[in-house]
Design a protein around this ligand. Structure first.
Ligand code: ZN
Length: 341
């Protein structure tokens, strides 16, 4: 089969020929029908510092995907061939350390499909049965392939009650954009977005934001005006950028709540006294997505039409045209890029 792999410790990826994997005990072989490129894949493509510490070439990339079951390993008897599936890319380890029930997504020694073991930028991928999620038969594979990042957006929005609240999303990356309709569907009174990229701000409006503000044009003043001087009730921080985090907390009302998903690339300064202590703010770190709570919410949001992710998909390429797909991601001008094996 064809597969897209990091084959050496260097920038770039290679299209390789591999034998179709055989599912081991407790595993399922999935024929991939669509996969999507994640920001994490771009980090690995670029062979950045994080990748150098984590990735052990050769490894087939790809952790956001949809497909259908084509073979079962020993001990798996509960799935019909042809069942449409996606997967939680974090493989659930029964003996994982430091795990509290309901917080398996925070386990320290997680194995991730397409990062620590071969992934879904290929015609076939082997997935442990406990990591599989059964998709509705009428869900388009390219939409189904977006559920990993979609789950992060759902987890971030639902980390606090947003009913009737005015919500600010700092950072219109793909997860930030997905959070817009999720917050709306959860009953937010208004959703505001800040970013530096005009294309992304346009997409935020398309996804249902009330205001999409250029972070260079004093968004705090505009947010204060939009909220009659009160400030926003909830901050969803998706950028990992120190200036955006500062703006977000400045716009947050006293007693407000903040859910922080964005990862700064190095330690940053925060005005602890003004932004958190004297503001009486509640701040939550968000990592990964709750397994399987977020997946059930996603299924409902997609099935009812409360959330439409289709506008986020801007490019589709065959796996053999992966370079064009990564170039689109690297340009910063793309939404989600789909690869079809
Ligand atoms: Zn991802």
């Amino acid at each position: 089969m064809r597969a897209l792999a990091k084959t050496a410790p260097e920038v770039g990826l290679s299209l390789v020929e591999r034998p179709v994997p055989r599912p081991g005990p407790g595993e399922v072989l999935v024929r991939v029908t669509a996969s999507s490129i994640c920001g994490t894949d771009v980090h690995i493509y670029n062979w950045d510092e994080w990748s150098q510490g984590r990735i052990k070439p050769p490894v087939v990339l790809g952790h956001e995907f949809a497909g259908e079951v084509v073979a079962l390993g020993d001990g798996v008897g509960d799935l019909a061939l042809g069942t449409p599936v996606s997967a939680e890319c974090h493989v659930l380890l029964p003996d994982a350390r430091n795990v509290v029930h309901g917080q398996e997504h925070l386990a320290k020694d997680m194995v991730v499909i397409g990062i620590d073991r071969d992934g879904a930028f290929a015609e076939y991928v082997c997935v442990p049965r406990p990591s599989l999620w059964i998709n509705p038969p009428d869900l388009a594979p390219e939409i189904a392939s977006l559920q990993d990042p979609f789950g992060n957006a759902v987890h971030t929005v639902h980390a606090q009650n947003v009913v009737g609240k005015r919500v600010l999303i700092t950072g219109a990356g793909l997860i930030g954009l997905m959070a817009v309709p999720v917050a709306r569907a959860a009953g937010a009174a208004a959703v505001y977005v800040t970013d530096l990229n005009p294309g992304r701000l346009e997409m935020a409006l398309k996804m249902g934001a009330d205001l999409a503000l250029d972070a260079r044009e004093d968004p705090v003043a505009r947010l204060m005006a939009a909220t009659d001087g009160a400030g926003v009730d909830v901050l969803l921080e998706m950028s990992g950028a120190a200036p955006a985090i500062d703006q977000g907390f400045k716009a947050l009302r006293p007693g407000g709540e903040a859910a922080i998903l964005g990862l700064p690339s190095r330690p940053i300064q925060v005005d602890w006294a003004a932004h958190i202590v004297t503001k009486g703010a509640t701040v939550r770190g968000i990592y990964g997505r709750k397994i399987w709570d977020t997946w059930h919410i996603m299924r409902a949001l997609l099935a009812t039409g409360a959330v439409d992710l289709a506008p986020l998909i801007t490019h589709r390429f065959a796996l053999s045209e992966f370079q064009a797909g990564f170039d689109a991601m690297l340009s910063g001008e793309s939404g989600k890029v789909i690869l079809i094996p």
